[in-house]
Ligand binder design. Structure first.
Ligand SMILES: [Ca+2]
Ligand SMILES: [Ca+2]
Length: 341
């Protein structure tokens, strides 16, 4: 399949790579010893069986943390089944094997997608790859200091060719929107709406009552110091942290999870019955204003008190649909009982 259109996130990474080529950056994909998880927690194997949730009404959003999360809206969703954990590398590998699927990050890059003359594109950006978190050793609040486009990074080699293979029980990452939809079609599910996801994640609690260390997040001064007091420096296998009241693991933290809603800052108060978000033409992501981003939820192992207090069910951001990163994954919902097995 052709590679999807790369959005502004890729273009900004290209700009960062240009800076790197000019001598301002440096460093490659982390080596295996640098990315090994601390692993202080017991991580029981979690069943894949989806959880049935009856429909209901809840208060969606928050108004006292980030502007894009409000206003709080009384929201009703119908019932559905949902994966108990983020889709894992083991599950995605079964799909790839059965469908002979090749992900966007493994496909050739079309130079025309950058909308700049070819000689202005860093050569590495024209190689298949993905964006890998590569922490700087100095304080920074510029994301181009910690995101690096790594040729050869993809779901099978999440840190790039020089790093370890994907761990079967960790969430699959480095997928574009099209990859997730292809997996969903194969698995008989679909990507949840933001409302379904937040209803499942909040499980009857207000979002603000979730404590950061109940989820795989970042303790310390992001991006250059992680105290790892929650047991993992980076991504964790699914199921290492206690489930929420719905029996769902890692809804908050570990990896951000993609929903089917296009992103706009804030919630439309009038759209309260099984909302599906704005239409594509109304999507607006201040981070990527020229691309209709999808909404991601729940924060990741990179969310820290000093940078990204998004280890909560109400948290939301836009995400470039054309390119994966090492901190974004997904899980599925189902409109009927999934087949056994
Ligand atoms: Ca952590
Ligand atoms: Ca998650």
């Amino acid at each position: 399949m052709p590679r999807s259109t790369l959005g502004p996130f890729a273009a900004l990474l290209a700009a960062a790579s240009l800076a790197a080529l000019a001598g301002c950056g440096g460093g490659g994909a982390p080596q295996a010893k640098e990315v090994a998880a601390a692993g202080a927690r017991a991580c029981p194997r979690i069943a894949d069986t989806p959880v049935r949730l009856a429909g209901g009404t809840f208060d969606m959003g928050e108004e006292d943390v980030y502007d894009e999360e409000g206003p709080v809206r009384t929201t009703t969703v119908g019932g559905f089944w949902i994966d108990p954990h983020e889709v894992t590398n083991r599950q995605f590998a079964a799909f790839v094997k059965a469908a002979h699927y090749v992900t966007v990050a493994e496909n050739p890059v079309d130079a025309k997608q950058f909308n700049v003359p070819a000689d202005q594109i860093p050569p590495d950006m024209l190689k298949p790859g993905s964006a890998v978190f590569t922490p700087p050793d100095f304080p920074s609040n510029r994301y181009t200091d910690w995101w690096k486009y790594v040729p050869g990074a993809n779901w099978k080699k999440p840190y790039g060719p020089g790093g370890p293979d994907a761990v079967p029980n960790e969430p699959v990452v480095h997928l574009a929107w099209d990859d997730m939809v292809a997996y969903a079609q194969w698995a008989g599910g679909r990507i949840p709406t933001e409302a379904e996801w937040e209803y499942a994640a909040s499980a009857g609690q207000r979002s603000k009552n979730i404590q950061p260390e109940e989820a795989n997040s970042w303790q310390g001064a992001f991006p250059n110091y992680n105290a790892e007091t929650d047991g993992f420096k980076g991504v964790a296998p699914v199921g290492c942290y206690k489930p929420n009241a719905n029996g769902l693991y890692d809804m908050v933290g570990n990896v951000w999870e993609v929903t089917s809603d296009f992103f706009r800052p804030g919630h439309d108060p009038k759209d309260s019955k099984d909302p599906k978000g704005p239409d594509e033409g109304s999507a607006y992501d201040p981070f990527s204003p020229d691309t209709p981003s999808r909404t991601v939820k729940g924060g990741s192992y990179l969310c820290a008190p000093n940078y990204c207090q998004r280890y909560r069910p109400a948290s939301r951001q836009g995400r470039d649909p054309g390119m994966g990163t090492s901190n974004v994954g997904f899980r599925l919902v189902y409109d009927r009982p999934p087949a056994a097995g």
